[in-house]
Design a protein around this ligand. Structure first.
Ligand code: SF4
Length: 391
């Protein structure tokens, strides 16, 4: 089935499947995840199967090039349950032969046997949540695993044939020092994963950490302190230094990969390509319409898509422009000036003369090879620069 590049591009679709279950809640987590009973899990999986089939009918003719099972902890499910879900996706949608199929996993839920089954069922990328290689820091974070358990899971994934593994890391953790963070990076690099995501801890409202660290007037005595803003910045820079020396390319503000191993699924989010989310609380964006599934389990289980799909919004031209810049500048390749002009009928400089002049002259933005991108300096203050593109 040979098609022109433009035509193929138009018809590509990504699918996100949300599994909102975890063994326990981490202290910093504000994702939609919780513990679940066997009975509720069964009902959820039945509903998810129905949702997959229902949406497959709607998107007939689209070629699915990436699938991402995220959570929560998808690997909390049994291998048969995960494989059934993937099989339903594959049988219901048109999935490209070379589709990237990722599963998020946490140590303690990935036995050798399970990983082998998942690999044979077609999952070809695994993203393992480690966060830190220091057991003390893992305890502070409320993670359920030790570093040794992570190592067991990582080795099992390799043995099962996963040759595309991401490791999730976090910096600016309570009690973390430059030294302990450096040791975490060294340990992870020794494993040669294909991809590393490295985010700074953000203290989110509603989490256990919010009560502890969210309000500086609160009593945090007895708990390890958070690194200072300067230390946080240094940790972020240390990540870049150590990873680039080890042959990883930073392709997004917080994501690094060995050549050709960039996460195709997440890249499609940053490039504003079409994707649909299935499952509780998942988000979708298709042809500039965004919506979100309810995060109320009862409504999700009993309602029709019209009832559980919320906040359906057709993005205005201004919102599309903002998103193009906000998301596109996260990528190191930046935003293509010509594509921008083609899409919005005006060039970026004409639209934002002051912002572009200001940040190009102070060295935070660069225009190179027909693209607008953040410089190394700009990455350090990316939130500030990107917020200036909001209308
Ligand atoms: S494992 Fe991930 S999704 Fe689950 S509670 Fe921890 S941070 Fe949240």
């Amino acid at each position: 089935m040979k098609k022109s590049k433009g035509c193929r591009e138009q018809r590509q679709l990504s699918i996100y499947v949300h599994i909102p279950f975890c063994l326990q809640k981490c202290h910093y987590c504000d994702f939609l995840s919780f513990r679940v009973s066997e009975d509720e899990k069964k009902q959820y999986l039945m509903k998810l199967q129905d949702e997959i089939v229902f949406f497959a009918c709607k998107y007939k003719g689209e070629i699915v090039t990436t699938i991402f099972f995220g959570g929560g902890t998808p690997t909390i499910l049994k291998e048969e349950e995960l494989n059934d879900l993937l099989l339903t996706v594959k049988e219901s949608f048109t999935v490209a032969e070379d589709a990237e199929i990722t599963i998020e996993a946490n140590p303690g839920t990935i036995s050798r046997q399970k990983l082998k089954c998942l690999r044979s069922a077609g999952f070809n990328r695994i993203s393992i949540g480690l966060q830190s290689a220091q057991d003390k820091e893992l305890i502070e974070l409320g993670r359920v695993h030790t570093y040794a358990e992570f190592m067991e899971g990582f080795r099992a994934a390799r043995e099962a044939g996963f040759d595309n593994i991401n490791i999730d890391l976090m910096s600016a953790l309570p009690g973390q020092t430059m030294e302990s963070y450096g040791e975490t990076l060294t340990s992870v690099l020794a494993l040669r994963p294909e991809h590393i995501s490295a985010y700074s801890l953000i203290i989110e409202e509603g989490t256990l950490f919010w009560g502890r660290y969210g309000d500086t007037t609160l009593h945090t005595e007895g708990y390890p302190l958070l690194p200072s803003e300067d230390e946080e910045r240094l940790m972020y820079q240390r990540t870049e230094d150590m990873l680039s020396k080890a042959g990883y390319e930073r392709y997004e503000i917080s994501n690094y990969a060995r050549k050709g191993k960039e996460c195709r699924h997440n890249s499609r989010y940053w490039q504003r390509k079409n994707y649909i989310g299935l499952g509780l609380g998942s988000s979708s964006c298709y042809d500039n319409v965004r919506w979100k599934n309810t995060d109320k389990m009862t409504l999700y289980l009993t309602g029709s898509p019209e009832q559980y799909q919320m906040e359906k919004t057709c993005l205005t031209r201004e919102e599309q422009i903002e998103e193009t810049l906000f998301l596109g500048l996260r990528l190191m390749e930046g935003v293509c000036l010509e594509e921008f002009l083609e899409k919005f009928g005006k060039n970026i400089h004409e639209m934002y003369p002051d912002v572009i002049d200001k940040y190009v002259s102070n060295g935070c933005l660069v225009i190179k090879d027909g693209r607008l991108k953040l410089s190394k300096l700009g990455i350090d203050v990316s939130n500030l620069v990107m917020s200036e593109f909001l209308f």
